[in-house]
Design a protein around this ligand. Structure first.
Ligand code: NAD
Length: 392
């Protein structure tokens, strides 16, 4: 089968779905690769690097779609709400599509993709299991975001991160608070520690305390306990407004004492909880910085504006989205390895084998034969149960 890599079309996107170094492994799995010209250029992978590894470079997006049996993208229509729609007429019933599809985004968009007949796999739905770890693109991208959030904060912060002992006196280290210690949060803690900051972190899932401490962070304990904090898949459960209000009240002091606050708190399929209010921002020292990694989902800070930087009372609030795209070389490398592991899992002797008994395939399979087939997503959108559901 032929795997096609179109150039990413989301404005400002610099990543690419496959990098040249994974092509030999795909060839071993019986998969040929075609790449749209320039697809990898912005990530640091020129056309020649792909041809050297056996790929064919095609001159247009339309040709990649018409040649490929499997199209792989970073941001497919769904997660690409700016230009992704243009791909809809290019999708085919006898074709597979793999990438970020934002399956819990807009129902109309998921249905529009389904109507093309394409067999679409949403990488966001990858189970968080040991078996699927090598295919977990969400974690790869969260790693890039957590790392970059700290660098961006450091760039804006009018202070040093590390403690410095100089002839001109001692500089005290920056105090960094990370709210939400999932994959992005843990990477932010590690990065801020490496830069010499004093790092604290808070998460409503008490299970992460040890992970925070193992990275040298102080775990902030609040006198409040979340109900059923974690679901079976390890994700945080949404809490009621009384909980969030109490949480904000208790977090206020810790936020006020921090020079940098990095927020990453999200709950799958929901608007991000507001954990830092305008009032809490007012209590922060001028020059402090908030990097809100939940900006795209509404933001953890009341003052965040998605993809904008705002300054309130001398506090900079950064709501940049798509941060993984700002580390395109390594973000693409990680993503390409995740996709390669998935493609190796999905195919046998170069052909797709849709084994729906397999959790990895069943969970990620979003649309097929004109329908949205993923049971959890149908339930999420309150769609009627499919007759063949379960067998999908
Ligand atoms: P995420 O991006 O869904 O959320 C980020 C963090 O925000 C989470 O730690 C969550 O608990 C936290 N959060 C949500 N609401 C909050 C609130 N009100 N206050 C404070 N914190 C709040 O998380 P993620 O990084 O995708 O990780 C989700 C889970 O998946 C974790 O349990 C993680 O360990 C697990 N995981 C497992 C694997 C694997 O086994 N292969 C891989 C990656 C992640």
């Amino acid at each position: 089968m032929i795997v096609g890599v179109p150039k990413e079309s989301f404005p400002g996107e610099r990543r690419v779905a496959l990098v040249p170094s994974v092509l030999p492994n795909l060839a071993k799995a019986g998969l040929e690769v075609v790449v749209e010209t320039g697809a990898g250029t912005e990530a640091g992978y020129p056309d020649a690097a792909y041809t050297e590894k056996g790929a064919k470079v095609l001159p247009s997006r339309a040709e990649v779609f018409s040649t490929a049996d499997i199209v792989v993208q970073v941001l497919c229509y769904g997660s690409n709400d700016k230009t992704g729609k243009a791909d809809v007429p290019l999708m085919r019933r006898d074709q597979a599509l793999i990438g970020f599809l934002r399956p819990m985004g807009a129902r109309e968009v998921v249905e529009e993709v389904a109507r093309t007949g394409v067999t679409a796999f949403a990488v966001e739905l990858m189970p968080r299991s040991t078996r699927a770890q090598s295919m977990d693109a969400l974690s790869s991208m969260a790693t890039a975001c957590g790392y970059k959030a700290v660098l961006i904060a450091g760039d804006v912060l009018p202070r040093f991160f590390p403690m410095l002992t100089t002839a001109a006196g001692t500089i005290t280290p920056a105090r960094v608070l990370v709210i939400g210690a999932g994959v992005a949060g843990l990477q932010a803690i590690a990065t801020a520690k490496r830069l010499g900051a004093v790092v604290s972190a808070y998460d409503l899932r008490p299970a992460v305390k040890e992970q925070v401490q193992s990275l040298g962070g102080r775990f902030v304990e609040l006198a409040i306990e979340a109900k059923d904090a974690q679901d079976a898949r390890g994700y945080a459960r949404a809490q009621d407004e009384t909980f969030y209000a109490r949480q904000r009240e208790l977090l206020g002091r810790v936020v006020a004492e921090s020079d940098v606050v990095i927020t990453t708190a999200v709950v799958p399929g929901q608007k991000a909880p507001v954990l830092v209010t305008a009032e809490m921002v007012k209590a922060m020292a001028p020059g402090s910085v908030i990097v809100d990694l939940a900006a795209e989902r509404g933001g953890n800070c009341e003052l965040t504006r998605a993809d904008e930087t705002v300054m309130v009372n001398g506090v900079t609030i950064i709501g940049r989205i798509n941060l993984a795209s700002t580390v395109p070389y390594h973000a693409s490398q990680l993503y390409a390895r995740n996709l390669t592991a998935f493609l190796q899992h999905l195919t046998k002797k170069g052909k797709i084998e849709l084994n729906l008994e397999d959790e990895i395939i069943r969970d990620t399979l979003l649309t097929r034969g004109g329908e949205v087939v993923q049971a959890r997503i149908r339930e999420f959108f309150k769609m009627p149960t499919l007759v063949a559901q379960g067998k999908a």
